[in-house]
Design a protein around this ligand. Sequence first.
Ligand code: UD1
Length: 342
Amino acid sequence: MKKILVTGGTGYIGSHTVVELQQQGYGVVIVDNLSNSVIEVLDNIEKISGKRPDYEQFDLADRDLTADFFKRHKDLDGIIHFAAFKAVGESVADPLKYYRNNLYSLIHVLEGMKAQNIPNLVFSSSCTVYGQPEELPVTELAPMQKAWSPYGNTKQMSEEIIRFTVESSSIKAIALRYFNPIGAHESALIGELPLGTPSNLMPFVTQTAIGIRQCLDVFGGDYNTPDGTAVRDYIHVVDLAKAHVIAVERMMGNKGKSNMEVFNLGTGNGLSVLEVIRSFEKVTGLKLNYKIVDRRPGDVEKVWADTRFANEELGWQAKKTVDDMTYSAWEWERRLAERRGA
Ligand code: UD1
């Protein structure tokens, strides 16, 4: 059985990817420090797949612990590296926290790969590397722009660190640039579980609908978009997770065009904040309490993906609709409240 390390595997995208890997017959070992996730996710992964992934809890920013882990796991066939901080606002307030965590973790993973001859890396990147693109939909060839936040800068720097490491070693890598992942697994057993106040749209929507939050602030109603609210390319997290399995298999099968490839993962459709709210209200039959407020500093106006490269080269396409996304996010929030006895 092929074995994949998933760092950050108890997190939102990580946990969905673990399930997809297991369902395709891969053995999985998770490393996570639970800085933004909870251990119960392992139980829920096991409920879905019938298999409990191996798990080790430590911080990949610790060089010695990471080197020791790799000495004990020489047999890995690939690594999917999710573990990173991702709150844009927090990164502006405390940039060094982001550089330390996101870059040291990556460097230690790459050092472990080199030391133990582990060949294949999938890296979680982000459309944030494009800033506000000049042309939409944005292709992988669009230039990276000056970073809008330290978080975004760590993604840009990480891609560069990987590129130069690949050039000087036998490691192969695929960087996947995510647009806006939302939604949850159809079992409603895993989903997005921010600790504290959510900074992303969808968990704020579902927490408002269930009564944890009073009101959703819609950041900005005066953008140059059809309804004035900002536009993003929302993609179902399960569609996104499936692309990771394909990326690993592409490298294992030596199908890549080069040793470092980059793919956009989106649907190719831009949706405004109000369109997401309308979908949520339609599929749930609920009325969401929201108000339009000032723009959030650092937000871009609009971005959506050109997905042709991923569609053609990976043979992958996002299948789920925005209604699937908002409905599954709501089911997850609702069932979570039931499980917690709310
Ligand atoms: C950003 C990055 C993304 C990164 C993510 C990590 C860009 C284009 N995207 O996503 O790459 O992975 O952060 O967190 O830089 N909104 C509200 N009210 C809220 C929350 C959000 O109106 O309470 C709006 C935002 O203004 C935005 C949209 O909803 O227009 C999506 O916001 P969010 O979910 O935070 O993601 P991004 O900021 O797009």
